[in-house]
Design a protein around this ligand. Structure first.
Ligand SMILES: Cc1cc2nc3c(=O)[nH]c(=O)nc-3n(C[C@H](O)[C@H](O)[C@H](O)COP(=O)(O)OP(=O)(O)OC[C@H]3O[C@@H](n4cnc5c(N)ncnc54)[C@H](O)[C@@H]3O)c2cc1C
Ligand code: SF4
Ligand code: SF4
Length: 397
């Protein structure tokens, strides 16, 4: 790797560094020691070498960006299928690729059924899907999944790698960016491609007060994780011409320090990102009993109850139902906010909803700036009235 240097005038080829490297990243070659892309810069070899022949090269060297092209999307699998964020990433990648004449490919890793899932990506206009299928990839294991994706990146040399900001994606992306000694921008909400192939990665920063534009201008690949439900889903293309390539899986790739002891199915409830109707309880909702009133409204509309952060911190709801920068981003057809002020950290993650109805007794509340329907009134009057009317309408049907 670029950052580890060997002084061959000192090295006597004793091989101790190869033996001690915990990641099998070093190998003996005829002209000295070579470093592979498994190196994680742990510095064990530097400390081991009796000749002090190894050092880290800290200076950024000139980097030939033209050797890295196209966009690679990590196709995450979930419960035997493809995670829906994958189709959003492909949609976005295709738009970005078009600007600079790149193509879009995918990499998919997993156990049985992975190849079948790879085939499902071809109608969405991807050029190639690289498949790493092996029983050892059954269940997500961050270490060996990173090995497989790193193998693909080393072969394909993409300019950009897009990964869903899911629990698995958030675990995978930093491992990969560290391995390739390049940058990663987490949780992007917008991406733009510059003519020189630098990816402008946009995400809220400083508590959502600014939208930071982040560039990885000196290295490749450019890694970005993107939240689910932020980008538009890819549309199928009329004449898909892509192909599936099955990649060899080595024993080393499936060697994992993670052992899956037990797998227990959790009852799958719709996540708030997938829901069409959401009703939000903010701090204007005072007690647990009042929260139940708002929950009833959500249930009558066939949706789910969500919360602002202070409500979650107050123990009224769980983190999986929190909307906002430190919670989830949602894009439902209808969202009704009850007693929510509309702080930017909240609105940044729900303002793409199709219809926003806000109930707040303060006419100056910032939530009204983005609401389609504004109800300036006491929620303790409005919510029971809405419940009564919806109930009556349902009974009349
Ligand atoms: C780094 C950072 C990250 C954050 N992340 C998040 C996040 O993920 N999600 C999030 O929600 N917040 C987040 N916040 C906090 C955010 O700034 C706000 O403090 C929070 O969203 C306010 O929640 P609220 O609207 O429920 O409460 P408040 O701001 O207290 O608003 C309560 C509203 O209820 C109205 N009201 C009161 N009584 C009634 C009534 N009877 N009828 C009608 N209306 C009534 C009031 O007029 C008021 O507008 C974050 C902050 C920071 C700094
Ligand atoms: S820095 Fe660590 S991972 Fe890299 S070659 Fe040396 S011992 Fe191996
Ligand atoms: S430990 Fe040092 S001297 Fe021995 S092979 Fe590695 S670099 Fe050379």
């Amino acid at each position: 790797m670029e950052l580890l240097r060997f002084d061959m005038s000192r090295c006597d080829l004793c091989g101790q560094c190869i033996e001690k490297c915990p990641f099998g990243a070093l190998r003996m070659e005829k002209d000295g020691i070579a470093v592979g892309d498994k190196c994680r810069m742990c510095s064990v070899c530097v400390k081991t070498c009796p000749q002090k022949a190894i050092r880290f090269e800290q200076k950024a060297k000139s980097f030939d960006k033209s050797k890295w092209k196209d966009i690679l999307v990590y196709a995450e699998q979930e419960n035997g299928g493809l995670h829906p964020v994958v189709f959003e990433l492909i949609g976005e990648a295709r738009k970005l690729a078009e600007k600079v004449g790149y193509s879009v490919s995918c990499v998919i890793v997993g156990g049985e059924g992975t190849r079948e899932n790879a085939e499902k990506l071809l109608p969405y206009g991807v050029k190639e899907v690289f498949v790493y299928q092996h029983p050892g990839f059954e269940g997500f294991k961050a270490d060996c999944y990173s090995d497989a994706v790193a193998d693909c990146i080393s072969t394909v040399r993409p300019s950009c790698v897009l990964i869903g900001a899911t629990a698995c994606g958030r675990s995978l992306a930093p491992r990969l960016s560290t391995r390739f000694h390049t940058g990663l921008t987490a949780d992007c909400t917008e991406l733009r491609m510059k003519e020189n192939t630098d990816l402008v990665q946009i995400r809220p920063a400083f508590g959502g007060n600014i939208m930071a534009q982040i560039l990885i201008s000196n290295t490749r690949p450019q890694f970005a994780t993107v939240r689910y439900k932020v980008m538009d889903k890819a549309k199928k293309v009329p004449d898909p011409a892509g192909k599936v390539t099955v990649c060899p899986v080595t024993d080393l790739m499936v060697r994992s320090g993670i052992r899956i002891v037990e797998r227990a199915a959790i009852r799958r409830t719709k996540s708030i990102e997938e829901e069409d109707v959401l009703v939000v309880a903010g701090r204007g909702v005072k007690t647990a009993r009042d929260v139940e009133m708002v929950r009833e409204l959500a249930a009558l509309l066939g949706g789910q109850l969500c919360f602002t952060r202070p409500m979650v911190e107050g123990g009224f709801g769980d983190a999986a139902h929190q909307i906002g920068l430190s919670g989830r981003t949602v894009k439902p057809k209808l969202i009704i906010t009850c007693g929510v002020s509309g702080a930017v950290q909240f609105t940044a993650c729900m303002n793409a909803a199709q219809t926003i109805v806000a109930i707040n007794s303060d006419p100056e509340a910032p939530i009204f700036r983005i609401a389609n329907y504004r109800i300036v009134d006491d929620l303790y009057q409005v919510v029971p009235e809405l419940i009564a009317r919806i109930r009556a309408a349902k009974e009349a049907q």
